[in-house]
Design a protein around this ligand. Structure first.
Ligand code: CO
Length: 496
C-alpha cells in the first residue's frame, strides 16, 4: 500500500504517513481484566487516583468486510485504574443485542448510521431501517451505573468494575423503551446548589423536540431524574452536543437538511443524507434550566454564525450576555459512499476552528471571535469550570498550523490572552481526546493532569500518556496491551 502524504504543497503541511495513521483501525481481539500496565517512561503521579474510562469502535471488520465509517464500529470500553502510582487495564465489548447476533453469525446483520451496509447486495439494505445501537460514543458514571452512550438509542448499563454489560438501561424508569439519549451529558458542579448531570434526547423531523433532563449525581438520589422539560422547535436538527450555564441549556441547530431517500433505498447511511444548506441560518436554541433564574419561561431563539458544530467547549453568563465556545467547521464533514475512510485526504476536509460567540439577550445579536486558527477537536475546560468562565482549555490539535490534518498534538490554550503550550507526537504518533483531571488538593484551575491514549504509528501500539496539565510536561507513558482504534469520548471517576 502506498503511503499518501499531504498532497497539497501550497498549504503549510506537516508530513505524516497515512499508513501510520490508518493502521490504528483494526479489530480489538482480546479482552483484559485488571492487567497491570507496564511503564515505558517516567513515573505515574501517586496522587492520581481513580479510573479513566474510554469508549470507541472496537470491531470494524467481519470476514473481510469493513464498516464504511469507523463511527459505525461496535463500542468497546476500556478502563485504566490508577492506585498509588500503579495502573491496571480492563477492556470489554459492550454486549449489545446486535453485537451478540453478529458475533454468532460472523457477519454484519445491521446497517450503520454512517453508511455501513449489512452483508449482501443493495437490495438487502433497501427499506431495512433497523439500526444497531452500537454503544460506542461515550462512557460515563451515573449513580451505580456505568453507561455506554450512543445518541440515537438508550444507554447500555455496565458494571463499573468488571465492565460486564447488564443490558439497556431506562435510568430508573426515566426513559421509555429505547428512547434516544445524548452521548454528551454535561456535569454541572453545583451551580443551582446540587451537582447535576444535565443531558437531553431529541426527536427530529420537520419539527424537533428536545427533552432536557437533569439527574442527581450525588447522595441518596444519585442516578435519579430530578427535573425535565420538553420544547419543540421548527426544523430538522442534528444535535450531537450542547453546553450549559447556571440558567441555560444551549443548543446549536446547524443549517443542515436531511434527505431520507438514499437511506430508504439502502444506498446511503442516515448520516450520509445530511447536507449543509447554505441558504438557511443556523440558530441558537436557549432553553431555561429548572432551578435557574428563567425557569418555566419559553426558550429563546437567536441566529447563529454560519458553519457546522459537533462539539462545544463551554459556556458562561455575564449579566444579559451568554458566551458560548464551540468548534466550527465550514461544512458538514462526511465520508461519501465511494470513499475509503482509511485513505481520507485530510486536505479535502474542513478544519475545526475554536470560536467564541457572545449572545446579547437584550438585542438578540451575536458577536463572534476566533480563539485559535489551528485545527482542533475534543476540547475541555477544568470540570469545576463547566458553565463558568474558564481561563484555560485543553484540546487535541493537528500538527500543522492551518488546514485540516490528523490529531497529533495536545494544546493548552489560555482563553484570555491566547498563549498556549503544546505537546506533540508528530510525525508518527496520533492523539485522541485528552481528559483533564483536576488535582483534588489544589484550587488552581490548571493544577492536575492530562490523560490521553495515543496511537504509536511507528510501533503500531496504543499507549497511555500522562501530562502535567499546567505546562504539558511529560509525566508517564504506559504500554496498553491491545491495539485500540482511534476512538471517541471518555470520562474520569475519582476513587474516593
Ligand atoms: Co462527541
Amino acid at each position: 500500500m502506498n503511503p499518501v502524504i499531504d498532497a497539497d504543497k501550497t498549504k503549510l503541511t506537516a508530513r505524516f504517513d497515512q499508513e501510520d495513521w490508518s493502521s490504528a483501525y483494526c479489530n480489538v481481539e482480546k479482552e483484559h481484566r485488571q492487567t497491570t500496565l507496564e511503564l515505558i517512561k517516567g513515573e505515574i503521579p501517586k496522587d492520581l487516583n481513580g479510573t479513566f474510562y474510554r469508549n470507541g469502535p472496537g470491531r470494524l471488520e467481519r470476514k473481510g468486510e469493513w464498516v464504511h465509517h469507523p463511527f459505525d464500529g461496535d463500542g468497546m470500553v476500556s478502563s485504566i485504574q490508577f492506585t498509588n502510582g500503579v495502573a491496571t487495564f480492563s477492556n470489554r465489548f459492550v454486549r449489545t443485542k446486535e453485537w451478540e447476533e453478529e458475533e454468532k453469525a460472523g457477519k454484519f446483520l445491521y446497517r450503520g448510521v454512517f453508511g455501513s451496509k449489512k452483508s449482501g447486495l443493495l437490495l438487502a439494505n433497501a427499506f431495512d431501517l433497523r439500526l444497531k445501537n452500537i454503544a460506542n460514543t461515550n462512557v460515563i458514571r451515573l449513580g451505580e451505573e456505568l453507561l455506554a452512550l450512543w445518541e440515537a438509542g438508550s444507554p447500555h448499563s455496565l458494571d463499573p468494575a468488571t465492565l460486564e454489560t447488564n443490558g439497556l438501561s431506562n435510568l430508573k424508569g426515566a426513559l421509555s423503551a429505547n428512547e434516544a439519549f445524548s452521548a454528551h451529558p454535561r456535569f454541572d458542579p453545583g451551580h443551582n446548589n446540587d451537582s447535576r448531570m444535565v443531558t437531553f434526547g431529541v426527536k427530529t423531523g420537520p419539527k424537533s423536540t428536545i427533552r432536557l433532563m437533569e439527574f442527581a449525581t450525588k447522595g441518596a438520589n444519585a442516578g435519579c431524574l430530578m427535573t425535565e422539560r420538553k420544547d419543540t422547535f421548527n426544523g430538522f436538527a442534528f444535535l450531537h452536543d450542547f453546553s450549559i450555564t447556571p440558567n441555560w441549556a444551549i443548543f446549536l441547530q446547524n443549517a443542515i437538511d436531511f434527505n431520507p431517500l438514499p437511506f430508504l433505498l439502502g444506498q446511503k447511511g442516515a448520516a450520509q443524507c445530511l447536507k449543509s444548506n447554505f441558504n438557511r441560518k443556523s440558530k441558537f436554541w436557549l432553553i431555561p434550566r429548572d432551578h435557574g433564574a428563567f425557569s418555566k419561561t419559553k426558550p429563546q431563539i437567536i441566529d447563529a454564525p454560519d458553519g457546522f458544530v459537533f462539539h462545544h467547549l463551554n459556556a458562561w453568563e455575564e449579566n444579559h450576555e451568554i458566551f458560548v465556545e464551540s468548534i466550527f467547521y465550514d461544512d458538514f464533514p462526511s465520508i461519501g459512499p465511494n470513499q475509503d475512510f482509511k485513505r481520507i485526504d485530510f486536505n479535502q476536509l474542513p478544519e475545526g476552528i475554536l470560536k467564541r460567540c457572545k449572545i446579547n439577550l437584550l438585542t438578540n445579536s451575536i458577536e463572534e471571535k476566533t480563539l485559535s486558527n489551528q485545527c482542533c477537536e475534543f476540547a475541555m475546560v477544568n470540570p469545576r469550570k463547566v458553565g463558568l468562565q474558564a481561563r484555560y482549555s485543553w484540546m487535541a490539535t493537528a500538527e500543522k498550523k492551518t488546514g485540516n490534518g490528523p490529531l497529533q498534538a495536545i494544546k493548552k490554550l489560555d482563553l484570555v490572552n491566547g498563549e498556549s503550550h503544546t505537546w506533540s507526537i508528530a510525525p508518527r504518533g496520533f492523539v485522541s481526546e485528552p481528559l483533564m483531571i483536576p488535582k483534588s488538593s489544589s484550587k488552581e484551575e490548571d493544577h492536575g493532569w492530562i490523560l490521553v491514549l495515543i496511537w504509536n504509528g511507528a510501533l503500531k501500539k496504543t499507549e497511555l500518556v500522562v501530562l502535567n496539565a499546567k505546562d504539558l510536561s511529560h509525566q508517564a507513558t504506559l504500554e496498553i496491551p491491545i491495539k485500540i482504534p482511534h476512538g471517541l469520548h471518555g470520562s474520569w471517576v475519582d476513587s474516593n
